[in-house]
Design a protein around this ligand. Structure first.
Ligand code: E4P
Length: 202
């Protein structure tokens, strides 16, 4: 299983990346807005720090504008993955960009049929949102299990990227369900390292 950090905080990314076990980064427009820095500037510094895939999300909702944004984002660095929303236009853009050899991450996935459509559109990654489903009293990890099973029936190559991770248990359950990637916010990542019995043992 690959581990991505779900963050735009370059200081935190740098610190955790010193472990040498971070495989990539996911960002989203809200995380970038919170950081108070420019979109391109942040993505550039992240791509310099982490050599693996860095997801950068389009904000446009029309097909044409998604493509224009994808073009601009992809010029930032060769490890940029274009993150597209799971909408009709997002799927259309995914199919189009896949044909042109772009790497894509189709985000905001909340159901199995949505994941199947993203796989058919050639998405490199599909991002089911575990935490937000749990918030709505739906078992988020069950969605990962079902997508995993269905993708294995049809040998879909799209990787399952468990997103909206809120707890240590989400990480355990995503790994048990066979997620290919788990994207973890720095705060949750730090909680993975520690255990009181480890401290006591010291
Ligand atoms: C990652 O790609 C997603 O944007 C992120 O995990 C969403 O997390 P949230 O539901 O905590 O906002």
């Amino acid at each position: 299983m690959k581990i991505f950090l779900d963050s735009t905080n370059i200081e935190e990314i740098r610190e955790i990346n010193k472990l040498g076990i971070i495989d990539g980064i996911t960002t989203n427009p809200s995380l970038i807005a919170k950081s108070g820095k420019g979109f391109n500037q942040i993505l550039k510094s992240i791509c310099k720090e982490v050599k693996g895939p860095v997801s950068a999300e389009v904000t446009a909702e029309s097909f044409e504008n998604m493509l224009s944004e994808a073009k601009i984002l992809s010029k930032i660095s060769k490890n940029i993955v274009i993150k597209l929303p799971l909408t009709f236009n997002g799927l259309k853009a995914c199919k189009h960009l896949t044909k042109k050899n772009y790497k894509t991450n189709v985000t905001l996935c909340f159901t199995v049929p949505q994941a199947i459509l993203a796989a058919k559109a050639g998405a490199t990654y599909i991002s089911p949102f575990i935490g937000r489903l749990d918030d709505a009293n739906v078992d988020g990890v069950q969605l990962i299990r079902e997508i995993k099973l269905i993708f294995s029936h049809y040998n879909y190559e799209t990787k399952i990227l468990a997103a909206s991770i809120r707890t240590k248990n989400h990480v355990t359950q995503s790994a048990l369900a066979g997620a290919d990637v788990v994207t973890i916010p720095p705060k949750v990542f730090s909680s993975l390292v520690n255990h009181n019995l480890t401290d006591k043992g010291l």
